[in-house]
Design a protein around this ligand. Structure first.
Ligand code: GMT
Length: 375
């Protein structure tokens, strides 16, 4: 098949999933064309079946301060779809990608190109619910040939919030267990000399991630279990988090690493992963930790309970319940057998339910149905 993929290229779950999907499809023999305003951050391989097409928004004084990216994207999608004879345009994150894809179809005046939209989370729960975007998000969903959500929870949220009759299929996120696994990484010795426990958090530091709760949990754990905290990623709440560490004299134990290229080595060298978010629609970072044999402590909200099994692959608590999270963190870190058992179970679940080789064929099957007009 010839597949176009559009996503936000920066660090963020939807871009990660879109990129990993494109790479897996290309390795399986499909031609994949990424269409976005910049090279997706995880697109770090050269593959004969992968191409990148940059969307350039031509500046014009009248466009200031709002250059029309949606239109430039639609134009580029139509152009690539036409000369590369795309069968499917798969867009990740509804706004504005589903609208641009719909426009591209209109420009081509053809029903041959099928549009699949994958809903990832805040496109539905935050942005899509905002009154200024709700009607256009609903429209984008309804004009797509196929729509998927990354968890049952997100599908139900979409159906409730948008009152749409559109069928929404659940295709979960996935992980490559060959890439994410336990690492006896040299990095472990950089943080605490290899003697202390390593706790990790990965996110885009947006308010929904509750990074202050990560620090509050760590502030309770560190005096009991000698440990270090790796804060990986970047975003709006990073400054506040760093200031908190300075005030609480945690700077020699908490490392703000920003976005890192070798994520799997750091996650795979960790003993525990923290993801105390408000309503994570799936929790891709938690899944990557699980595949790396790292138990997860998170919240019992959103789609996270569909990924993390409470008491088996980690522990889930109410948002903000840092006391309970810290108590379970101390329990896991103080009991090597429990940590190892949970870690092994986490990897088993990640492979049984979310292996890339199990999930990517679900997308291919969906594309085939869309192309055959059997949606
Ligand atoms: O909202 C974000 O944090 C980023 C967002 C995205 O679209 O980049 O992440 C969402 O999509 C990921 C991939 O499907 C999911 O694993 C995350 O749970 C989801 N984030 C939220 O729902 C907050």
């Amino acid at each position: 098949m010839r597949i176009g993929i559009t996503c936000y290229p920066t660090f963020g779950g939807s871009g990660v999933v879109a990129t990993e999907l494109g790479i897996a499809l290309a390795k399986g023999g499909d031609d994949v064309h990424f269409i976005s305003y910049a090279l997706p951050s995880r697109l770090n391989i050269l593959h004969e079946r992968v191409r990148f097409h940059e969307v350039i928004v031509t500046p014009y004084p009248l466009f200031d301060p709002y250059p029309p990216y949606t239109l430039a994207l639609a134009t580029k999608m139509a152009e690539v779809a036409s000369y590369e004879r795309l069968d499917v345009l798969h867009v990740h994150y509804a706004i504005p990608h589903a609208i641009s894809a719909h426009l591209a179809k209109q420009i081509l005046k053809s029903d041959r190109l099928k549009v699949i939209t994958t809903l990832h989370g805040t496109d539905i729960t935050l942005v899509g619910r905002d009154e200024s975007y709700l009607p256009i998000t609903k429209f984008g969903i309804e004009v797509s040939d196929g729509v998927t959500a990354v968890s049952h929870w997100l599908r139900d949220q979409t159906l409730n919030n948008f009152s749409t009759p559109k069928p929404i299929e659940v295709i979960p996120n996935f992980v490559d267990p060959k890439r994410f696994h336990r690492h006896e990484s040299p990095f472990r010795h950089m943080f605490g000399g290899g003697q202390e426990k390593l706790i990790t958090h990965v996110s885009n530091f947006r308010p929904v991630k509750r990074v202050m709760d990560v620090l509050k949990v760590f502030a309770r754990v560190a005096p009991v279990v000698p440990s270090r905290l790796l804060m990986i990623g970047d975003g709006p709440d990073r400054s506040r988090a760093e200031a908190f560490c300075r005030e609480q004299h945690l700077v020699d134990r908490v490392y703000f690493l920003g976005n890192v290229p070798n994520l799997e080595e750091l996650v795979g060298a960790s003993d525990l992963f923290l993801l105390p978010s408000d309503a994570e629609s799936f929790g891709m970072a938690a899944l990557e930790a699980m595949a790396s044999e790292v138990p997860v402590i998170g919240t019992n909200l959103g789609g996270l309970p569909e990924v993390v099994e409470h008491g088996e692959t980690g522990f889930l608590h109410d948002a903000g319940d840092v006391e309970a999270m810290a108590a379970h963190a101390i329990e896991i870190l103080s009991d090597a057998d429990l940590r190892e058992w949970m870690g092994k179970r986490a990897r088993e679940v990640a492979i049984e339910r979310f292996d890339v080789n199990r999930v990517v064929p679900m997308y291919r099957e969906l594309y085939e149905r869309a192309i055959a007009g059997k949606m």
